[in-house]
Every structure is written in C-alpha cells, then in structure tokens.
Write a protein that binds this ligand. Structure first.
Ligand code: URA
Length: 291
C-alpha cells in the first residue's frame, strides 16, 4: 500500500525545517514535556533543569529544552484554550511521528509523556486555594475533540449521556466530551498530596465558566448544578480551559497525558487570589521529581 504524503497545506513546515507554530525542529523534541499556559512560567520551570540545550519562542509558544536529574525534558507554553491545544498536540505529534523529508507517517510511532501544570477555579466549597487537583476525568465544553473521527473510542460515552441528562444540558452549547487522564501517570504523579477530581475544560474564562461581570448569562444556575452533580460518587472539582482536549488528542494519537492544576479561585465561596506563584512553583518542583 502506498503511504499518504501529507500535503504542504495540511502540515506547514517553516523554511528552517521547524514546525509552523511551535518553531521546533524534530531533533529538538524530548519525550517528557511539561506544558503550561503562561510563556513566562516556562522560564520558572526551566530554572530547575540541570542543563539547557535550546530555547525557542514564537507567539505564545515558548519552549526550553534540557535535562532534569539526567532525564531529557522540555517545558513548553500553550497559551490559553483548547484551540491552542489542538495546535500544540498536532505539532508535537508531527515532530514525533512524521518524517519531515518525505511527509509520511513513520513506521514506528514514538510515545510522548505530556504533563500540564495549570491554574484553576474550584467548584466545591471545601477545595482551598493552593490545592493541586488532578483532572482524572476532563469534560470538554469546547467541542473541539468532536471534529476528530474515533472520538468515541477515547471518550466515556456512558458518562457523557448521564452528564447531559442530569445537568439538563443546553443544546445550544457544544456537545460535551469526557476523557480520562493516563492512569499510569495519575498514579505516578498524583500521591496523597493531590486531590483527584473531575475537571471541566471551559471554552472561555467568563461566561462559559458562569462569571457574571456585565453581561447576563443564559444559564445562571449552571455552576450550582455542576457542584451538585455526582458520577459514580465523584464530584466535579474544578474549571480550567485545556485538559479535556489535551487528554483526548493524546489518547487518539497514542501519547500519555494528564493535567494537574493549582486552585487559584473558589467559585462557590467567591474567593480568589492573584498571588498563586509560590503554590504553582511548589507544584512544578513536585511534578519534576515524579516525572
Ligand atoms: N483558570 C480558569 O480557567 N478558571 C479559573 O477560575 C481560574 C483559572
């Protein structure tokens, strides 16, 4: 069977041989990758590396490669939102699994380990600011994974229908998709010092997370319905904006991924702090140790 040659327009390679948005070349890719939203946080993560081999910056995508305790690792920022995760995951996978010279998929596929360290808003009153929460399951409100064939093979279909029925899901919103984190990563990274929960990946920070600043909401009671919802005894713990798409694309592509977020606001108690940098830095140190 002849192999498909991926057209120039489907996979854009820059003149220097780097991938379109990330500006990374295949030989720079590391198997272990810590991702975060903020390009500035990449410097903080890399400050714990023993060595640095390269640094590349393009738009919100900032990457530093190096080693932590002898293990090659890179820190990469993805900006905000599931649409950016679509770019980052497709480009990381292309760097890992496509021959840039022939534009064909490699015969032997490489598996990446991707851990997102983010910030998040809690949906349960007892979750204190500073708590690290792992998205054991992530519910995507953004709908982006639904554009990929075989999304059902990586989603918890039973939970999707239970969730829509019990939450009384508004059909004007995108169809939610629910994806588990990689189980081995969750047990390796998530010890007793991290809460394990169900995370919502929202498609916005304000209205889509029920924040009423000046514009009224279509579903003003959605957050309290989410707080009350239980699936097999488990509660929805928090809101963020990337993990469902990260976990969904990782599973479809054969990579390992999980997200752990530091709680910086509690939506049930109307509590928030802009001073979360120390808690995130502690989380980075813990994750690097357990990588
Ligand atoms: N990130 C989010 O997406 N929501 C919050 O409330 C805090 C951080």
């Amino acid at each position: 069977m002849t192999k498909r040659v991926i057209p120039d327009s489907e996979l854009i390679i820059n003149e220097d041989g780097s991938i379109f948005h990330l500006h990374l070349r295949p030989e720079q890719l590391c198997d272990n990758i810590i991702v975060c939203g903020d390009p500035g946080r990449v410097d903080m993560i890399a400050s714990y590396f023993d060595t640095r081999t390269f640094e590349v910056s393009s738009r919100e995508f900032h990457t530093i490669g190096g080693a932590y305790k002898g293990k090659p690792v890179m820190a990469l920022s993805h900006g905000i939102g599931a649409d950016n995760i679509d770019i980052v995951m497709n480009e990381l996978d292309a760097l890992a699994n496509i021959d840039f010279a022939t534009r064909e998929v490699n015969d032997n596929l490489r598996q990446l380990t991707i851990i997102r360290i983010g910030t998040s808003g809690a949906l349960q009153p007892e979750l204190k600011i500073g708590t690290p929460v792992i998205a054991v399951k992530a519910i995507g409100f953004d709908g982006a994974l639904n554009f990929y064939a075989n999304r059902n093979s990586v989603c918890d279909i039973d939970m999707e229908s239970d969730f829509c029925d019990n939450i009384d899901w508004n059909p004007m919103f995108a169809c939610p998709y629910i994806v588990d984190a990689d189980a081995e990563l969750v047990s390796r990274i998530g010890k007793d010092d991290m809460t394990k929960g169900i995370t919502i990946t929202a498609n916005g920070f304000y209205g889509p997370q029920g924040r009423y600043v000046r514009l009224p909401l279509t579903e003003p009671t959605l957050n309290s319905r989410l707080e009350q919802y239980r699936y097999k005894g488990c509660a929805i713990t928090n809101y963020e904006m990337e993990s469902a798409m990260l976990q969904g694309l990782a599973k479809l592509m054969g990579h390992k991924a999980m997200t752990v977020c530091c709680i910086i606001a509690n939506r049930m108690n109307n509590d928030a702090t802009p001073n979360y940098k120390t808690a995130v830095e502690d989380l980075v140190k813990t994750v690097l140790e357990r990588l």
